[in-house]
Every structure is written in C-alpha cells, then in structure tokens.
Design a protein around this ligand. Structure first.
Ligand SMILES: Cc1cc2nc3c(=O)[nH]c(=O)nc-3n(C[C@H](O)[C@H](O)[C@H](O)COP(=O)(O)OP(=O)(O)OC[C@H]3O[C@@H](n4cnc5c(N)ncnc54)[C@H](O)[C@@H]3O)c2cc1C
Length: 607
C-alpha cells in the first residue's frame, strides 16, 4: 500500500531537504550508535556443503521459516540476494526512502497498451525488497489479515488446513499485540496473540490528519472500527502497525536476528540463487552466485523457495518447471509442466485527488529538526510511528466483507510533489505537472481507491535464461471487465468527503486530471476510463505458484520431490487486506508441516 509516508512524514519531497535530513540522521546515529539492529553474521561456507534445508530468500516468509526450522536443530542454510537493511529501514518515518533505492528489486510491469496508460511508459511500479527481511524491510508496516471468508475460500479450493479457524492460531502465534485499545478489550483479544515475537502496536497519539479523515468517513455513514483486523465487522479506523519502541518490527528483526545466533542456522547474504539442482524430479540443492563465484549447496531434506511473487516463479522457470510453451520458446529443458507464473493478481489502486485550503493538513515542517532529535534521543516523535488509516467499503451494504478500501493521506501546500509523483507513484509527467501545480497553492488530499478482490489475472514469464534479467510481469489489470464496474461509485464516495463538514469549510474540491481518451464521456464512463488509465499496483501481488495448481495444500510442488514454496506466491486468491501478516502466517504453517513431516512436530506452544 502506498502510505504517502515519504510524501508526509518526510515533510517536503525535495531531494535536497531529504538528503540533509538523511545526512543529519546518519551523523547522529553513527556517533551515538542508536539506530542499529543485530543483523545476522555472514556465514563462511565451503562450496558443496550439505544442509538439512536450504531456504531461498530471507524475506518476510524466509526469515520466519529459517528461525522456526533452526529452533528444532535442523541445519538450515538461508540464501538472500540482498545485504543488511540500512538505517532508513529501521526508522518508521523513513520507509518510503527505500522504494526505488538499491534495496529494491525495482520491478515494473509490461505496457499492455490497455490499462495504466496514464502511468510513465504504461507501466506499474512493483517495488520489492532486495535486502535481508525482503519486502518486510521496506514495507509500510500495516498489520492486516483480510477476512475469514478469504481463508474459507482457500479451504474450499485446497482443504481445511487453510480455513479461517485453522489459520487464526497461526496469526496469533507470531503476534504480540500491545495496542491498549485492543489489548484491553476481551472480545477483540479473542483474535490476537500476546506472546508472539512480532510486536503489533497502535498509533498512540491521534493526529490531525487521521482525525479529520475519520470524522469525514463517519459523517458519510461508516462506523468507527477500533480494530481494523476484527473479523466480524468493518468500517473506518486506524491500522495497527508492526513497530516496536519506535522501530520497524518484522520477521527479520523479531525472529531471524535472534535465532541467527544458533550454530545450526547459516545465513549467506548477497547470494543470488540462479537455479535449482534437480535429478529425476528430485531437488537436491541450488546453484548460487556469491562475489562472482558459483557455488553448489545441497539439501538432504528440502529446498524451500521463499523468493516472493516475482522471483519464485522466475527460479522455477529457470529450473525447467513451468508452462510447456513458454519453456520451449525460451529454450529451457522441461522438468515438469506446471502453470507457474499464471494467476498473477494484485490489489488494483486508483489514486483520486482533492485540493483544499492551506492549513487543512497537519504541517510538521517547523517541528522537523526537533523530531529528528526526539527520534535519536528516545525513538519518539513523528519518525517513530505511522498513522495510516483506511476505510473498508462494500458495494452491497449488507455484505459481510468489503470489496474496496480507501486509504487517505494529506499533503501540505508546497510539498514539491513532482519528484515523488514521478519516482514513487510513477504517473506520467503531465499528471505530475498538474498535481504539482495544484499543490503549490493547495493542500493535496489523496484518496487511494483499492479493489480488494480482483478477478483479472496476469502472468510472470522469463525474458531470457540469464538469471540477472528481470522477469516479465504482465499485470493483467482490468482484463476482467467486472473489476471496473464498481470503480465509478467508489471513486464518488472518495470525492464526497469534500461535502463533509471539515472539508467543506476548507473548500475542498476535486482535482480535475485531464486524460485525453477520457474526454467527452458520461460521468460514470469518464470515471471508469480514468480508473483504467490511472490504475497502479497496491503492492500486494500474489498467486504465481498457487496452492491447488503449482503446490499442494502442504505447499509441496506437484510432481517434484524435495521442493516446497513458502511465500506470497502460494496464495490462490489475494486476501482482502495487506499481505505481510498473512505471509508470516503461511510461513508459520509451513514450519509446522515440515516439522510434522520430519518427525519434529511440536504442538503449538503459545497462549
Ligand atoms: C512497498 C510495499 C509496501 C507494502 N506495505 C505493506 C504493509 O504495510 N503491510 C502489509 O501487510 N503488506 C505490505 N506489503 C506487502 C508485503 O510486504 C509482502 O506481501 C510480503 O513482504 C511478501 O513476503 P514474501 O516473503 O513473499 O516476499 P519478500 O519479503 O519480498 O521476500 C523475498 C526475498 O527473496 C529474496 N530473493 C529473491 N530472489 C532471490 C534469489 N534468486 N536468490 C536469493 N534471494 C532471493 C529477496 O531479496 C527477498 O529478500 C507491501 C509491499 C510493498 C512492495
């Protein structure tokens, strides 16, 4: 989800101010050694060493899995293409700085000449963490789970292991809920864990921006939700976040950092896995590049791919597991025909904009330096938290689950919006110029309208047999026309906050973004046309090695022995919410499957 955090917490988007702030932070931090974490040591390992398990990718899923397998004495090798996260990853207010940086794989989608035509080159940005902790080290830290119906739908496709009642305990296992509003409510606490490793906090202080949006959506008839993960009802509210004492918490910081001290867990950073080693459809190891040298590592039990929605299918395809015609066309010997890379889907996001008078948003610029000092002194102030909030909306008022979410943010006048608009959002220069010009005079309210259950499907394919080439990502956005049907009405809901009391007082009005192909249409046709042209990813892509088609319900690859997949790619359908906590849950379940299969089953031990 685009949080607007850089465009907010880092108060101007001007690269010079950002550079000064970053330099000041680094100077203070370096001199006081305040902003650091005990990242895992780089292991020293000989070529051709053998382990019980090899995990490819030390991201959200891989970090959980490595920690859980190592705790029962398996020897585990974790191979991660990136290195340690930088300080900016630790500081919640700096999360956006990492998008588009060297810590990002910087994927983009192919231009399909149909959707996203108002984006630069008709291409959606798809950041993903190329760093230990993976995308969990660069994401927006929102803690969400989706809704029971999402998992019951998985269960109806692949089996009862994945029903809501089966997955809930695994969400709770990793969670340490410290949000007082939730922790003191026995009904809400039925669904939360108190003794897991990853801290889930609330936003301790209310801020003007969240308060004004909460009030506006309440006026529009949406109920306040004290807990945005509550499975029985939904409305408008503040999200919880994975933040611990003013620092990012993640499966890396909460699990891998701690367990990497054990002598049976080996972490190799900056190690790019290029291929699976397979004989007679049995995976026995991986080929990896480290400092320009090629290594073979062997796994006596399993290789587990946790390389994420784009790189997991890429590695399978490079290893001969995938659709026949594609492997043939690229000249790769076929090991097993499977629909790898199909079923790509993602939450679609359409940004709508309103402008309002100066003073509408909370302007933190004058406090900036004080906030830096506060952060360095005791990790408090605006850099220590995230105040993101949202509203879940169902088109059918009686529905038990939402179809859309709206995520609002507010940007003060003169935020020098252009750079962030081009580099982070990826709009074309005309749109960025329009928005930037508006922002010189007015505050910009962004209301991101996100489709939670898309029917459209895309694909991930290889560009070549070169493991350094990025995969080709065909988003498929809006290739099922049902996905567009409700956009006009939900965009109108977003615009209607202009008529709520506070925003009316501030003369809020819709920013008219001109898109040539959307001129001279009826109102609804124009909105649908704009949605199609402005569609981007909300960064929750899943499904490219899905349960039921590429892996079974225990995440083993069909027809191949010794190979499991554990990451966002196994979701058969995206859940109605942000995907990080669900990926952690998937990894927790996978660890349990693996322990059971290898005679190390410990019953769940948590409260
Ligand atoms: C910018 C952004 C913001 C987001 N914000 C949120 C949020 O606020 N809340 C939320 O719930 N979700 C959020 N998400 C989504 C969530 O973070 C992801 O769904 C989740 O992290 C995916 O986990 P994963 O384990 O599947 O992949 P990743 O965490 O991406 O892990 C894959 C790892 O594999 C490594 N790797 C890949 N290929 C190789 C290879 N060949 N060899 C070795 N290593 C390799 C990568 O470097 C990476 O470390 C966000 C996503 C993005 C992109």
């Amino acid at each position: 989800m685009i949080s607007g955090s850089l465009l907010r917490a880092c108060p101007t988007n001007s690269s010079s101010v950002r550079a000064v702030v970053a330099a000041a932070l680094q100077f203070f931090a370096a001199s006081q050694c305040l902003i650091s974490e005990p990242w895992p040591q780089q292991a020293t390992i000989d070529n051709e060493t053998s382990f019980d398990f090899i995990i490819v990718g030390g991201g959200t899923a891989g970090s959980v899995l490595a920690a859980r397998l190592a705790e029962v004495d398996f020897s585990v090798l974790l191979l991660e293409a990136g290195g340690n996260p930088p300080q900016e990853s630790i500081i919640p207010g700096f999360r956006d700085v990492l998008k588009g940086s060297p810590y990002d794989w910087n994927f983009t989608t192919m231009n399909d000449s149909y959707s996203s035509q108002a984006l630069k080159d008709g291409s959606q940005r798809q950041p993903r963490g190329k760093v230990l902790g993976g995308t969990g080290s660069i994401n927006d830290m929102v803690y969400a789970r989706g809704f029971p119906a999402d998992y019951d739908e998985w269960a109806s496709q692949v089996g009862v292991d994945w029903s809501w009642s089966s997955v809930l305990e695994y969400f709770k296992k990793t969670e340490r809920m410290t949000d007082e509003n939730i922790a003191n409510d026995p009904e809400l606490m039925k669904y939360h864990g108190l003794s897991g490793e990853i801290e889930v906090t609330g936003t301790k202080k209310s801020t003007k921006d969240t308060d004004m949006f909460l009030q506006a959506f309440q006026e529009l008839g949406y109920n306040i939700s004290k807990d945005m993960t509550y499975p029985k009802t939904f409305g408008v509210g503040r999200f919880s976040h994975t933040i611990r004492h003013g620092r990012r918490d993640s499966s890396l910081t909460a699990l891998l950092n701690k367990s990497s001290k054990t002598s049976n867990l080996f972490v190799l950073k900056e190690a790019l896995v290029t291929k699976l080693l397979i004989q007679n459809r049995i995976v026995y190891g991986v080929k990896a590049l480290l400092n320009g040298q090629e290594f073979n590592f062997y796994a006596s039990r399993e290789v587990i791919l946790s390389a994420g929605t784009f790189n997991t299918p890429k590695l399978l395809l490079l290893s001969g597991i995938g659709p026949q015609s594609h492997l043939n066309s690229i000249g790769i010997d076929i090991v097993k025909i499977l629909p790898v890379g199909d079923n790509l889907h993602d939450h679609v996001m359409v940004l709508t904009y309103l402008a309002a008078e100066n003073g509408t948003c909370y302007a933190d610029l004058p406090d900036l330096y004080m906030n830096i000092i506060k952060y360095l002194y005791n990790q408090t102030g605006i850099f220590s938290f995230s105040n993101s909030m949202g509203v879940y909306i169902s088109v059918n008022k009686d529905a038990k689950v939402p179809d859309f979410a709206i995520y609002p943010t507010c940007m003060p006048v003169g935020s020098n919006f252009y750079d962030g608009c081009i580099n982070i959002l990826g709009f074309n220069s005309d749109i960025c110029a329009t928005l930037d010009a508006k922002n010189r005079e007015y505050e910009l309210l962004t209301l991101a309208v996100v489709l939670l259950k898309p029917k459209s499907r895309g694909t991930v394919r290889l560009n070549s047999t070169n493991p350094f080439d990025k995969p080709l990502i065909y988003s498929g956005t809006f290739n099922d026309s049902d996905d567009l049907i409700n956009y006009p009405n939900v965009m109108k809901i977003a615009y209607s906050i202009a008529n709520t009391s506070y925003f009316r007082e501030k003369n809020a009005h819709v920013v008219d973004i001109k898109i040539e192909q959307c001129a001279n249409l009826s109102v609804n046709e124009e909105l649908a046309c704009k949605a199609k042209a402005m569609a981007m990813s909300a960064w929750h892509a899943v499904g490219t090695a899905a349960m039921g088609s590429v892996v079974d319900s225990r995440l083993r690859v069909y027809g191949i022995r010794g190979l499991r997949i554990v990451d966002a790619s196994v979701m058969p359908k995206v859940i109605r919410g942000n995907t990080n906590a669900p990926v952690v849950m998937i990894a927790e379940k996978a660890a349990q499957f693996i322990k059971q299969a290898n005679g190390k089953c410990a019953c769940m031990q948590y409260t």
